[in-house]
Design a protein around this ligand. Structure first.
Ligand code: C2E
Ligand code: MG
Ligand code: MG
Length: 684
């Protein structure tokens, strides 16, 4: 929430235009006010005037200022009385009484002096406009008799003129002060404030009529005034409640969405004026393992933890930052002014530090650390939904990397519009190949070598896709996007066809190597891969032992039961199964024993580091030993240098694959490569 001090201050760059405007309003107000004030009737004013003046001053001593809004429009009940004074005694007395009411209110609310003077200027102009309408309608002097329908209509028009001038100048002033387009604010004034001020202003002619009957009736206006005040307050409170999280008292998701949209308007406007650093940051925080707290200690304890997290977040960020609870254990921080991602990351670091210390509840320390995703406007998105999605992607990225903070990176975003467009292009290529019959998809093959003899014992088929415009696309990225869509099926069938045909070609050329095909999670959920393989093997007359299927450890763990049916079908077909990327997917050792596996491939992240990292070397050695003991062949992938080869040989690893031997190459190059291949280690 913005402090009063902040509301009184004007951003440095806007002081000149704002004070020029303020001086204009005050000057015009003073000029308009001079004549009626000189003509003040003074002591001839009756009792009912003094009653109204006293009530006006009293009513504004405590105006209702809606909480939380930056560009707030407070409710000043005095206008009912001062407008009545305008009707009955003219603009001079109305302006004088309003000036006193504004002064009292400004002292009570600690407003800067310029603000009080500016407000008086606005009122003066508004009263002058209303007075013009009344004069034009022949309501000067104001009749003591009953008003005709036409005269009442004129009073309504005068009230409308008052409102338009008052809120017109408020809107212009706020816009000059804070920037942004003027129309949304004026529209908001029309929708919300017009009802409140309509009630206040149109009560005035009734009050004047009542006062003409008896001054004793004037104080009764306090009751409807109080009702209007309550109505405004309740509406605002209800609106505020709808934007608040009841548990932590923080803002909620709708409030965040509205605040982001507000910031976007303000920043776009600043950028259009050429101001530098028009950025803001969105941080999304998800607590780690919060579910465990809820499950183990109950929801009551969980709630207390969330309240404490909210408190810590508020103290960790600046006064202008908005802290939000999105629901469950998800929080957000909107940082309205930033110079860039580095500053957003620093703020996220502050937030992470605030959560580093465990929360102590009833003496029990509970870990509340979380993962924070950061997105920056406009770098990562210039629409609300995009920005929120980017922060969400970054948050999951942080979780996957077990890092406290991650800034949005396009590479981690598998569902960005660009990626989805890529996928659509792949589907088009597969379904409708180009004029030359090519779909840009090609298989490359990387040799696998028996570590002890240097003999080539197999190849792995690896996908390559050349996008018609973007060029080569990383297969790992492509698979991550395609994996959860129906395109994956098309792609895998295409790969199976290509590889079996290639194996048949090699066989015809006298080359017989076991060829491994990678399949993804989705492929294993139906039996289609096994069926297609069986068909193609039959069609080309290729013996099944020349084919092998690699499934990743992650895919196996995602749904072991469904995968098992496909594995059994492949096993019946006589096609061996290899467990890829082993060591990254937390699979149970039970699986190694129970599943029909022929081979385990140690993930390349361990192999790449094993020459200089003793931990990686220890992991590779244990996998070799364990899988070897279970009768499985062990393949090390990512072998880039000779020291790694030596270590693998010493560890007893069976097969190695990597750039040290050969990069993946097109199928027809393999035959000549094999012809020139010199085994490593050299035969003794
Ligand atoms: P993977 O199955 O683990 O494949 C091994 C990856 O290691 C390949 O990356 C290969 O080019 C790379 N590699 C081989 N030797 C070395 C080395 O010495 N050093 C390093 N740093 N890397 C090496 P690639 O071709 O980019 O493929 C990445 C991943 O994409 C594969 O990982 C596999 O999961 C997936 N993939 C590739 N082709 C297919 C396919 O046809 N179908 C499916 N479902 N997935 C595929
Ligand atoms: Mg593989
Ligand atoms: Mg692998």
């Amino acid at each position: 929430m913005e402090s009063e001090a902040l509301r009184n201050s004007i951003p440095p760059g806007r002081r000149l235009p704002f004070f020029t405007l303020a001086a204009g309003v005050i000057g015009a107000g003073a000029a308009v006010a001079v004549v009626p004030l000189v003509e003040l009737p003074g002591t001839q004013l009756p009792l009912e005037f003094w009653l109204m003046a006293a009530l006006a001053t009293f009513a504004d001593a405590r105006p209702f200022t809606p909480p939380g809004r930056r560009q707030t429009l407070a409710v000043f009940p005095s206008v009912c009385l001062t407008f009545a004074i305008l009707l009955a005694w003219g603009p001079g007395p109305a302006i004088a009484v309003q000036a006193v009411a504004v002064t009292v209110c400004s002292i009570r609310m600690h407003h800067a002096a310029w603000r009080a003077v500016f407000n008086v200027g606005q009122y003066t102009l508004a009263f002058a406009a209303a007075d013009l309408v009344l004069r034009a309608a022949g309501l000067r002097p104001y009749p003591d008799e009953l008003l005709s329908f036409g005269e009442v209509a004129a009073v309504v028009v005068a009230a409308a003129a008052w409102f338009t001038v008052k809120y017109g100048t408020v809107t212009v002033a706020l816009r000059v002060r804070f920037g942004g387009p003027w129309w949304p604010l004026f529209r908001r004034a029309l929708v919300w404030e017009s009802l409140t001020y309509g009630a206040l202003l149109l009560l005035s002619p009734v009050l004047v009529a009542a006062a003409a009957t008896s001054p004793a009736l004037v104080p009764l206006v306090v009751v409807p005034l109080y009702a209007v005040y309550r109505m405004a307050r309740l509406t605002e409170e209800q609106e505020a409640l709808a934007r608040r999280d009841p548990l932590t008292g923080l803002a909620n998701r709708p409030a965040l969405v509205a605040a982001i949209a507000d910031q976007m308007t303000v920043h776009a406007d600043r950028a259009a004026r050429g101001e530098p650093d028009c950025r803001f940051g969105l941080l999304l925080l998800d607590l780690d393992r919060f579910k465990n707290v809820n499950d183990a200690l109950g929801h009551e304890v969980g709630d207390r933890v969330l309240v404490e997290v909210g408190r810590r977040l508020r103290t960790a960020v600046g006064p202008a930052d908005l802290v939000v609870r999105l629901g469950g254990d998800e929080f957000a921080v909107l940082a309205p002014r930033l110079t860039g991602a580095a500053q957003a990351r620093a703020l996220a670091g502050q937030v992470a530090a605030a959560l580093a210390e465990p929360v102590r509840l009833d003496g029990l320390p509970l870990d509340v650390s979380g993962s924070i995703g950061v997105a920056v406007y406009p770098d990562h998105g210039s629409e609300v939904a995009t920005l929120v999605r980017c922060a969400d992607v970054a948050m999951y990225d942080a979780k996957h990397r077990a890092a406290p903070v991650a800034v949005y990176q396009f590479e981690s975003d598998h569902h960005s519009p660009q990626r989805l467009a890529l996928l659509a292009d792949l589907r088009t290529s597969l379904e409708a190949p180009g004029a030359d019959g090519s779909d840009g998809v090609a298989m490359h093959y990387q040799p696998q070598v028996e570590v002890s003899t240097g003999e080539v014992v197999g190849v792995e088929a690896l996908l390559r896709w050349r996008h018609p415009v973007r060029g080569a696309v990383s297969p790992a990225d492509l698979i991550k996007v395609a994996e959860h869509t129906a395109v994956m099926r098309l792609l895998t069938l295409r790969v199976v066809d290509d590889v079996v045909e290639q194996v048949a070609k090699w066989s015809a050329a006298g080359v017989q190597v076991r060829t491994s095909i990678n399949v993804s999670i989705r492929d294993l959920h139906t039996g289609e891969v096994a069926e297609r393989l069986a068909d193609q093997l039959r069609r080309y007359g290729v013996p099944p032992h020349l084919l092998q299927v690699e499934i990743t450890e992650g895919a196996l763990m995602a749904d072991p039961r469904r995968v098992l049916a496909t594995m059994a079908a492949l096993d019946r077909l006589g096609v061996a199964i290899s467990l890829d990327d082993f060591g990254t997917g937390y699979s149970s050792l039970q699986h190694l024993r129970r599943l029909p596996l022929a081979e385990v491939k140690v993930d390349r992240s361990f192999v790449l580091g094993m020459a200089h990292d003793p931990d990686d070397a220890a992991i590779v050695c244990s996998i070799v030993e364990l899988a070897g003991a279970l009768g499985l062949r062990v393949v090390a992938e990512g072998v880039e240098d000779e020291p790694t080869c030596r270590r693998l040989a010493a560890a007893g690893c069976h097969v190695a694959q990597g750039w040290f031997y050969a990069r993946p190459m097109p199928g027809d190059e393999l035959v000549s490569w094999l012809a020139n291949y010199r085994p490593w280690p050299p035969a003794r």
